[in-house]
Design a protein around this ligand. Structure first.
Ligand code: NGO
Length: 536
């Protein structure tokens, strides 16, 4: 059904140009009047995700000027790095030098401190105080300072998104913000297996996540159509298994050096990479690269279509030890590339694996993750194999009631929520959306926002929810513009669901969402101009 999107040459019939903002009649260029309007300070409660609490002081506006200094906690290299990141964000549009210096009883400029925060902010939150003399941020961690920086960025005029010098003034509304996240895991996934995306695209995706305070990026690194990460024990996985993609294009893979660069880039934005190798199904690329994973010891041909459920590792008596050793080797190399706590082993849609083989397989491979010093995440089908309580099942069903997930929560497992009819970023917005799929339904901006992760699953309490993740599968997506069109504006809606404590209504949220549109436009980010959103 997806093949209709692709020409015989394997290029998407719907190119990025079709959805480029330049061609989008709903997105007009800002006039200078609008730019004047945009320069007015943004109210403290107009950011996404909505902060926990805000007190505005209308008369206390702060203006960033040519002589503003960014002061950071003395003796903290980490605070200095966040200060430098802030400087990098603000210098292009302001044209100001914004030097970063150690703080010593400062009462002016932008001040980032790792002391004195309200304990409520925890390990990821922050306090922000704005008055005419200074912008003061206090947090317990670099992650908290970084979250505050993202808030500050949204409080500045739209023109802060410009890549060259813009006209100020650079005003920030006065007042106090106290803010911290509801859930510890706030993620998005990028499927780099169906179509391969180069390092630069992944980094830009990471930047988009950072804007909205997401802290995990799950990379779907293998599937039937491609294996995307260098594994030294089996070099052909990447060089051969990674040599194509959906539609037959050249594919690609990340060398360990490039992958490490992505991990570091994410870490500098307080985003943890969760690598996924999907198994025992969704494994054709591995089966094509390593013959002994097949029952007949014959390598499968590469696959460039979009069917699911046809591939499986062989678990017969002659092969199971070979397969388990293979998984162990891969998991060890992956764990060595992963500073974060999690390795994702897939486990979905193994319809070519018999039930006993699936259970035998999972029971042998799940412990390999712990042996490599990591915790397991898997699609919720892994619950059939009774994983230990530290494992996190990722729920991708389309109904709120699932007995296996309920039972898991009762056993003490935390559930990661990705209900496909709410959180799947690859679903079409409406019937005419030129990209994406619709098997889980159509997901307009409002649908992505209108659910409550804390109470979504029947019989699963909020304390059993690890958080939420928005997966972007890429059967139909080939360019950065495609990716951005699918994630904006739904990603910020889902990000708010993961962060915000208050359950705001769509009517409140859509006003704040609308204000993001001009920012995306200024930053040359492609987006879907949903008719549900009152874009300015
Ligand atoms: C399903 C399937 C993926 C598809 C995706 C498309 C899961 C967990 N397995 O989600 O292979 O790419 O739908 O929406």
């Amino acid at each position: 059904m997806f093949l209709t999107f692709f020409s015989s040459a394997g290029t998407a019939a719907c190119s990025g140009a079709d959805i480029d903002t330049e061609d989008n009649p709903d997105i007009t260029d800002s006039t200078s009047d609008e730019l004047q309007l945009e320069a007015a300070p943004v109210a403290l409660d107009k950011v996404i995700p909505a902060p926990v609490s805000v007190q505005s002081s209308a008369s206390q506006t702060h203006t960033i000027t040519q002589s503003t200094v960014i002061y950071t906690e003395a003796n903290s290299a980490e605070a200095a790095r966040v200060g430098e990141y802030l400087g990098t964000l603000l210098r292009p549009a302001t044209g100001y030098p914004l030097p970063v210096r150690p703080a010593s009883s400062v009462s002016s400029g932008i001040v980032l401190l790792l002391t004195g925060a309200n304990p409520k902010v925890g390990a990821s939150g922050y306090e922000l105080d704005v008055d005419p003399s200074r912008i003061l941020v206090r947090a317990n961690t670099g992650a908290g300072l970084f979250a505050a920086v993202q808030t500050l960025r949204q409080l500045l005029p739209v023109t802060i998104e410009g890549s060259s010098t813009q006209t100020g003034p650079w005003q920030v509304a006065g007042g106090h913000v106290l803010d911290y996240p509801k859930f510890g895991y706030r993620g998005a996934m990028l499927d780099v297996a169906r179509h391969f995306f180069p390092e630069g695209t992944v980094k830009r995706y990471i930047d988009h996540l950072a804007r909205y305070k997401l802290n995990y990026l799950h990379l779907h690194l293998s599937d039937d159509q491609g294996w995307r990460i260098q594994i030294d024990a089996y070099p052909r996985l990447a060089t051969y298994g990674g040599s194509t993609q959906v539609g037959g294009g050249p594919g690609g893979y990340y060398t360990k050096a490039v992958y490490t660069d992505i991990v570091d880039y994410a870490a500098a934005r307080y985003i943890t990479i969760v690598p996924e190798i999907d198994m025992p199904g969704h494994t054709n690329a591995a089966l094509a690269s390593v013959a002994e994973l097949n029952c007949d010891n014959k390598a499968k041909p590469l696959y460039t279509g979009t069917d699911v459920g046809f591939s499986t590792f062989c678990m017969d008596a002659q092969h199971r030890d070979v397969v388990v050793k293979f998984v162990g080797d891969v998991v060890r190399e992956l764990a060595a590339l992963t500073p974060g706590p999690y390795i994702h082993l897939g486990g979905d849609e193994a319809s070519s694996t018999s039930e006993p083989d699936y259970l035998a397989f999972e029971q042998r491979v799940m412990p390999l993750v712990a042996q490599a010093g990591k915790k397991l995440i898997g699609w919720h089908e892994i619950l059939k194999a009774n994983p230990e309580t530290s494992a996190i099942p990722q729920y991708w069903g389309t109904t709120p009631t699932d007995s296996s997930v309920q039972a898991a929560a009762k056993r003490g497992l935390k559930i990661l929520l990705s209900p496909a009819n709410k959180a799947y970023l690859d679903m079409k917005y409406n019937r005419n959306t030129p990209l994406g799929q619709d098997w889980a339904g159509l997901i307009e901006a409002r649908d992505a926002y209108n659910w409550n992760p804390a109470s979504y699953l029947t019989g699963v309490s909020s304390s059993s929810v690890a958080g939420i993740e928005a997966p972007l599968w890429t059967e139909t997506l080939t360019t950065l513009a495609h990716i951005e069109y699918m994630i904006f504006p739904r990603l910020p809606a889902l990000a708010e669901r993961g962060w915000a404590s208050a359950n705001q209504t769509w009517d409140q949220f859509k006003q704040r969402l609308a204000a993001q549109g001009p920012r995306w436009k200024k930053a040359n980010i492609t987006y879907y101009a949903s008719p549900q959103v009152p874009w300015p």
